[in-house]
Design a protein around this ligand. Structure first.
Ligand code: SF4
Ligand code: SF4
Ligand code: SF4
Ligand code: FES
Length: 982
């Protein structure tokens, strides 16, 4: 700690603390327009001038020092602040009363007030550019742009999409997209970072425009007239009275604009933000305080909410009658569900029923679903979609370190000096985590190794890109472990102290020589040795992996090999280290955590452990089944075997997302009674007997658990649309109609019950999760959580990790002469899975309207294919018709098809082969033949898709270029020397 005097008052400050942060922390008031704590010093606005020992410095770019005496209000400092802000106002018209940004948080407005500016010395100068309205989600108004560069900094160094810059050398600087393109035709991925950090109305969400203010929906001509009036009265009245009027208008807005915290409904990163609403209109998503994301979002979380008010929402229960659906009342539908489930249980036994919870639903909802299955029906036949993606990773961690979750936090990934990504298209599937890696790699010298069969964005950025043959990761990962051990590069002290099973494990590595690994994987030995060297040299390494690993027939073993490698190299138990299986859905972690699994009660407590069962039996006052139930995969088989008669499924598009989709759909058609609960009439609903309209995340309360085991509250942003119920209420009502008396009034009561029965969540409560507070499990009864696992030991009785031997078996469904092409599949940035939610956002649909298959340039040439050529893909299990996209992201005979289609889902082509340990389908082991059809359409990706843009990487806003302008001089009349650098 150091001592600093600010305006004569002594304060304690942290070494390295920025002066601006100290001033703000102690309640001081120095203007600052370009500074944003999550962007760091940008140094473009010069408004934060303070005086230290007679020198003017920027408070945002100055670190505190012991004995420092700072004046924020000296004549020199004040004059410089005002002069700097005057320059800003020459770039901006203050028409706050008719501005949609007049919501109390406009930095330009607030600074005008803080500095008590009455008149502008430098007159406003319009810039010779048109407003850019081309992007569907936001617009840029150059005339309102104060050139603070926050947006550029955010795009270049936080999001690291590197689209934005400012042409400082131009007579009329402005923000540029791709150096001068329209927004729509640029590389902008519409993540919204720039809009979020813009301190004024230059960048604004289109959903705000004309909606936020009382007078802002006026016609443009009327609006211009009012702006002229404001300009006209300013010379006489000064800004003070103008601001008073606008503040009165702002106060009125407070009564009708609601700001409600929620957690993103899409991926497992767990971004949280306030949603601003006016009635049911979503004005904007404002990320600010999220513990996982700060100011970050991707396009889905920032702008992808079209599904909420979609006219396609289910708003009434449906009952199948005579082969057709008819509308029904809730009373009738719930009565029918309860009666039929009871009848089937009575006639065929409890195990003839099965339950599938949704990883889009809340923890409390998954808990109730498994409670319904176990306590009311008496079966362990309950699962969730982690079976399709995450179970193998969980298994690999259970085997080796004990907890089935990320071993640290996103901040550890950020802090690592080496990140290895295996089989994860992180920039598209977990975009905000990718931003942290991209940023650390760009700015902090973090090293990046990527292994993938497709050259995705992270691969292009990597220091080392490995392209192994599909499904062979286990071989090269194990060979690296062996190489480290054999060459004295393993972390022997760590192994001695913390790890069991080394001798047996080393023996199991015998087949994994570098030579064998190179032969199996196709990655040259030299490259593998480079990987080994980089790992051994790294002080802290994280490994990130996802479905490119888990959706293979050896998904569990490969995940195990990853964790083995982390143990061999000593990369657990410290900040910046660990295993990060990136969870797909927003709450796929939580669905499993809360017991929607056939073998585990909540908190990964085994159903065959009598002590565990006893606890739940006492709590629930019922006898519980002790044998493991059916997982999703086995449920489908059991339908065909005639053993399973009924499924109650919440929010899963299982007829499309399960592998071998035709087979699954035909299975559903055989069920005696099928209940589907969803917010839209999904493809799976077609097979249902009863469809129940649930509620999306914005219409309910509860908690989600993100990939970093972070439990976060979501608050109800909107009332459920009339006719829809929050899913927990539906499940409760079904249970009660079957003879129970659950009486939960609010999800917090469900969480209290979970905490009481589950040691892992003992200290979780809604109070401890208030607002933006969060907890990363396990949570002790006193509320202590564990952002970084295993600090004191591994989650086994002796506290030691276990090396777990694995072997190489080979892939299923390999290419042959008939099905000669390998088909990979995965996500797209813009769409979530099949797109049931994201296609309902017009802007997303406009930019990414359809599915496609990526074809390599070499294959395209060989087969006479161009982007837009229709092809038919035929596998051993089905066929789809789709347009080709020729791209060098894929090579040779390897194809890639994203999942974003209900009409041509890739899973019509995938097999029923599965990882034998978890029954996770081997989606990524699919071979196809491609018939080129005569028809050639337009490219399936329009020109306005960001993938066609041309980013302009640079090191942030590059303010030095501004300082070099001949017309730039630091404010302060040259009376004092300006310190320009930190
Ligand atoms: S990618 Fe686009 S939306 Fe995201 S920060 Fe850059 S310019 Fe803004
Ligand atoms: S558009 Fe960018 S440079 Fe202009 S005011 Fe907004 S954040 Fe600052
Ligand atoms: S989809 Fe994922 S990365 Fe994007 S905003 Fe939502 S949680 Fe964040
Ligand atoms: S806040 Fe803009 S230069 Fe310091």
């Amino acid at each position: 700690m150091v001592k600093v005097a600010i305006d004569g008052v002594q304060h304690e400050a942290q070494v390295n603390e920025l002066l601006i942060d100290l001033i703000n922390r102690v309640g001081g008031s120095v203007p600052h327009v370009c500074y944003h704590p999550q962007l760091g010093p940008v140094q473009t606005c010069d408004t934060c001038m303070v005086e230290i020992e007679g020198r003017l410095v920027r408070a945002c770019a100055t670190e505190v020092a012991d004995g420092m005496r700072v004046s924020t209000k000296s004549a020199k400092a004040s004059a410089a602040q005002v002069e700097a802000f005057d320059r800003i106002l020459s770039n901006h018209l203050l028409y706050c009363t008719v501005c949609d940004n007049n919501n109390g948080n406009c930095t330009v407005h607030n600074t005008t007030k803080l500095l008590a500016i009455e008149h502008q010395k430098i007159p406003f100068r319009s810039k010779p550019y048109e407003v850019d309205n081309t992007n569907p989600f936001y617009r840029y108004d150059p005339d309102q742009c104060i050139l603070c560069g926050r947006c550029v900094e955010a795009c270049q160094n936080v999001e690291v999409n590197e689209t934005l810059s400012i042409n400082w050398e131009d007579p009329n600087p402005r923000v540029l997209w791709d150096g001068g393109s329209t927004i729509q035709e640029s590389s902008c991925v519409s993540c919204g970072h720039c809009v979020t950090v813009c301190p004024c109305n230059a960048l604004m969400e289109k959903t705000m425009l004309g909606h936020a203010g009382f007078l802002t929906s006026l016609k443009k001509s009327a609006l211009s007239g009012m702006i002229e009036i404001v300009k006209g009265v300013e010379p006489e009245t000064g800004y003070g009275s103008i601001l008073q009027v606008s503040e009165a208008e702002e106060a009125m807005r407070e009564h009708r604009i609601r700001k409600t915290k929620t957690v993103c409904t899409y991926c497992g990163v767990g971004c949280s933000f306030d949603v601003w609403t006016k009635d049911r209109h979503i004005l904007k998503v404002a990320p600010e305080h999220g513990p996982a994301n700060g100011i970050s979002t991707c396009v889905k979380g920032k702008f992808g909410w079209g599904h909420i008010n979609s006219e396609d929402r289910l708003t009434t229960p449906l009952i199948r009658e005579g082969g057709k659906f008819r509308q029904a009342s809730w009373d009738e539908a719930l009565g029918l569900v309860a009666r039929r489930l009871s009848e089937i249980k009575a006639n065929h036994g409890s195990d003839s029923l099965a339950f599938i919870s949704s990883s889009k639903c809340t923890n409390e909802e998954s808990y109730l679903m498994q409670k319904l299955a176990r306590a009311v029906i008496g079966t362990n036949n309950v699962d969730n979609c982690s079976r399709y993606c995450q179970s193998p990773a969980t298994q690999g961690l259970f085997r080796t370190v004990g907890y089935g979750g990320d071993s640290g936090s996103i901040t550890d990934v950020e802090a690592a000096d080496l990140v290895m990504i295996v089989g994860s298209n992180t920039a598209e599937s977990h975009p905000v985590i990718a931003t942290r890696v991209k940023s650390s790699h760009k700015l902090n010298g973090q090293k990046l190794i990527v292994s993938d069969i497709r050259e995705n964005e992270m691969a292009r950025r990597a220091d080392l890109f490995l392209h192994p043959k599909p499904g062979t990761d286990i071989a090269w990962l194990s060979a690296i472990s062996r190489y480290l051990l054999d060459n004295g590069l393993a972390h022997s002290k760590f192994l001695d102290q913390w790890v069991n099973g080394l001798a047996e494990y080393r023996k199991s590595l015998d087949p994994f020589t570098m030579e064998a690994a190179a032969r199996i994987s196709g990655v040259p030995e030299e490259t593998l040795k480079t990987v080994a060297r980089m790992i051994s040299e790294a002080k802290a390494m994280c490994i990130l992996w996802a479905m490119g690993v888990t959706q293979h027939s050896q998904g569990s073993d490969t995940s195990t090999a990853i964790s083995n490698l982390l143990l061999i190299s000593g990369n657990y138990m410290r900040p910046g280290t660990g295993a990060y299986p990136l969870r797909g859905h927003n709450n796929v972690q939580g669905a499993s955590d809360h017991g929607a699994m056939p073998n585990m009660l909540p908190g990964y407590q085994s159903v065959d452990d009598p002590e565990v069962r006893q606890r739940f039996e006492t709590g629930w006052k019922v006898k519980l089944p002790s044998t493991k139930g059916l997982d999703n995969h086995q449920m489908v088989e059991a339908i065909y075997e005639g053993k399973l008669k009924s499924i109650y499924l919440i929010g899963e598009e299982m007829s499309i997302v399960d592998c071998n989709a035709n087979y699954v759909a035909e299975g559903f058609a055989k069920l005696e009674f099928f209940v589907v609960q969803d917010i839209f009439f999904s493809n799976t609903c077609r097979y249902a007997d009863v469809v129940l309209p649930g509620a999306p995340s914005l219409e309910k309360e509860g908690t989600f658990t993100s990939t970093e085991r972070r439990i976060q509250r979501l608050y109800q942003v909107l009332e459920p649309i009339e006719g829809c119920w929050p899913d927990w209420k539906i499940t409760q009502e079904i249970a009660n109609r079957m003879g129970t008396d659950w009486g939960y009034q609010h999800p917090s009561e469900i969480m209290d019950e979970i905490a009481a029965l589950t040691p892992m969540f003992a200290g979780v409560s809604y109070e401890r999760l208030e607002g933006y507070k969060s907890l990363q499990w396990p949570v002790a009864a006193d509320g202590t959580d564990e952002p970084l696992l295993y600090i004191k030991g591994f989650a086994f009785p002796d506290g030691k990790a276990r090396l777990f031997p694995v072997s190489w078996i080979g892939v299923t469904d390999a290419p042959d002469s008939k099905f000669e092409l390998h088909l990979n599949n995965g996500r797209l940035l813009e769409h979530f899975h099949e797109g049931n939610l994201t296609y309902r956002t017009e802007g997303i649909k406009e930019k990414t309207p359809d599915v496609f298959v990526e074809v390599s340039p070499e294959l395209a040439e060989e087969r006479g294919i161009q982007s837009g050529t229709w092809v038919q893909l035929v596998s051993r299990y089905g066929q789809v018709r789709v347009r080709a996209l020729v791209t060098d992201r894929v090579q040779g005979y390897e194809l890639y098809m994203p999942m974003n289609s209900v009409e041509s889902p890739v899973n019509r082509l995938t097999s029923s082969h599965a990882d034998p340990v978890t029954n996770t389908p081997a989606y990524k082991e699919t071979s196809v033949h491609m018939n080129v059809l005569a028809e050639v359409g337009q490219s399936p990706l329009p020109r306005i898709n960001s993938r066609f843009g041309h980013p302009t990487p640079q090191n942030g806003v590059e303010v030095e270029r501004k300082w070099k302008r001949p017309d730039y001089a630091p404010p302060g009349n040259g009376l004092v020397q300006l310190q320009t650098n930190k």
